[in-house]
Design a protein around this ligand. Sequence first.
Ligand code: ATP
Length: 839
Amino acid sequence: MADVRDREISVEQEHLDQVYRRLEEKIHEAEFLMNDAAKRSQVGTPGALAERDAQVFRAGVHLNRLNNEFEDFLFGRIDLLLGKDGKKGPDGAYTAVEPAEGAVRELEEGGADSGSGAGGDGEGSGDGEGSGDGRAVRLVADIAETLHIGRIGVLDADYSPLVIDWRAPAAAPFYRSTPVDPGRVVRRRVIRSKGRRVLGVEDDLMRPELTAFLNGEQLPVIGDGALMAALGQARSHSMRDIVASIQAEQDLVIRAPAASVTYVEGGPGTGKTAVALHRAAYLLYQDRRRYAGGILIVSPTPLLVAYTEGVLPSLGEEGQVAIRAVGSLVDGIEATVYDTPAVARVKGSSRMVRVLRRAARGALEQDAPRSAAGSRAAGAAPGSKRAAPHPEAASPQQLAFGEEEPDAAGEGEKVTPTRLRVVAFGRRLELGADQLSRIRQTALSGTAPVNLLRPRARKLLLDALWEQSGAAGRHDDPELAAELRSSFDDDITSEDDFLAFLDAWWPELTPRAVLTAMADERSLNRWARRVLNPGEIRKVARSLRRDALSVHDVALLDELQAVLGTPHRPRKKKELDPLDLLTGLDELMPQREESQRERAERLAAERTEYAHVIVDEAQDVTPMQWRMIGRRGRHATWTVVGDPAQSSWSDPDEAAEARDEALGTRPRRRFTLTVNYRNPAEIAELAAKVLALAMPGSESPSAVRSTGIEPRFAVVGRAARDSGGRDGAIGRAVRDEAARLLERVEGTVGVVVAMNRREQAARWLAGLGERVVALGSLEAKGLEYDATLVVSPAEIADESPAGLRVLYVALTRATQQLTVLSGERDDPDERGVPDLLRE
Ligand SMILES: Nc1ncnc2c1ncn2[C@@H]1O[C@H](COP(=O)(O)OP(=O)(O)OP(=O)(O)O)[C@@H](O)[C@H]1O
């Protein structure tokens, strides 16, 4: 068998060598193009420069891709029967899925072919031996086509396919074929290679009943379990692509057409995130022009973004796809602070829409500090100061979630003017507080964005002053009257005092300024009356007095941006070199046109709407966040990926309503993933107990493998507590167990604690190295580790109304080993099993 394996490896090695020779040729071509294009820079016309830029850009992308793909470039192969009515695709391969009539023959043992067709639809399968009249027959077939599958397609010089791109239609059978429904595939092979060397091959036989021949020799089959090998590998802090082992039910989702909304549900570890990322790459491959509008992937945490962001480049896709955490969806802001569950529940609720609308209007009359007019609303510098602190200090729990102490310093305060005085036509005119207030209310009637109403307010002020001046009745001739009015307006609006008044009375508000105004409890009380209760108002106002923005504040800022609007400003002319201006050279020099690359980069940076939006861990998106995400995909198609059983949001119905509003009336298509590829059966079984408590009646996905290693239960002993104090004892127990797990696994260890122990846990683990990390329960979403230590299930479950579901998430992060550490609150039994995890 070892001989056959070696021979098969060298067969694949030969093919890989050929592929690399071809790739090298292509690299030389790309380099030649780059050099050639660079030479054109001598030709100074703008057209030639733009053409050169475009060429360098294309060649650069090509070269970059080719160089990138060199790792693990070729990973699959399928050997196929003759196809029925197949068409050749652009990659030179046939796309027929079903075998042709007569592709499979019956062969009498020791005799000649019977010639009967047993091809299509698995006809002729069964034990493949014996015939009705007692003679032994075998099913035989010739391999008609062999395809190699890789990260990108490579054609030979004569346009025959050396490698098929994994996303091409001809590659689909590599993922879809199963022994139950094999189509044309006889043998499916996964090739493991590193750099230019083939390390191994693993085969699955899709038609075991068949004796197949390739070039006159029987087709050999090597080992099995490429998927198992992939699943058993040690984990690092970045996710790997699954391109070599995508399973049939996952492939259906990845290749689903991108019309409307695609919903994907499935339990922990069923590959939802992996599928979402591969789908982004697939969509770009299918229709690059359509997705030039960009694909946005929304992730719940920056940790998950960091974990997943390497997958797309490994699939050959960069640039068109933006992966953003939900706390970083507004440009210039990266929120990582979490509000307490009680505050998050209010800030995430769609009730906030009314509060924000009222606040945006009310903030004009505030005595609270405002940022300078003209600064870009949502782009206000993160960390800019908030209002003076409330006398009440934040509760310890809030500090645990919020991290930051309330800001101690006040700020230069501006006061809304209550009187306008001007001189016009030699008369002193004055509007008092009541008049000004009436004018403001009139200007604010309707729903137009507040910042766009300033011209209307200005006009109303001038009308009131004009009326007071008594000049209105001076001329009967309408033309003269209009002229007089126009010179009156000019007079007033050129007065510095008037302009200063307008700036102070109707400043351009930024979302950040309004949020700051909401930190004042009295003001918030006014704006939130009959929408929030007094307890909620107090908590929200207090949380807003913290210096750093929370993840939930970001959706509020985005909503405020929509409510306030951004006044149109003419684009600034490009700055010219002063020397050129002096010499007049600027007039002679052709303006350099924006290169294709610069334009692409600028558009990507300015992009606020996308052609396709993928929402990962959608079960956690709050109603306010759905509104924010919805604004980024008003004309998009969507892929929404989630698991209700893992939701940390307390009111799923409200979130579903907001989601439906964001997605509009587009038709929905649903997929469910059913197999857990992450957890061994032993861990999945334990987690299922919590699922039964969290969501009675819901089904857990079936685990695909088992390791024979049962979860371990540890307890912080009374003796340890007595000697070192409670927290000291837990800390020591956590550190010891983490060190034990580090010895037992090759890869990563995740220690999951309740949110308010986050910092504490990081200190407990200090010095144990980079393979181990401490995580707050909400941060564990979507991540995975070789081993996980879950600290005090009861603490995690009691954190919020959704605590049991958060605990379910924590228990489903391990790929190999799990330890549960209980404290007193967990009420462990004599085996150390905490109350929540007992039968
Ligand atoms: N077809 C596959 N081949 C190899 N590995 C796979 C396959 N499908 C999933 N996996 C692996 O299983 C693990 C879980 O996948 P993923 O994180 O995408 O699951 P998920 O459904 O998003 O989980 P959760 O809901 O817990 O976040 C990952 O390590 C992923 O690489």
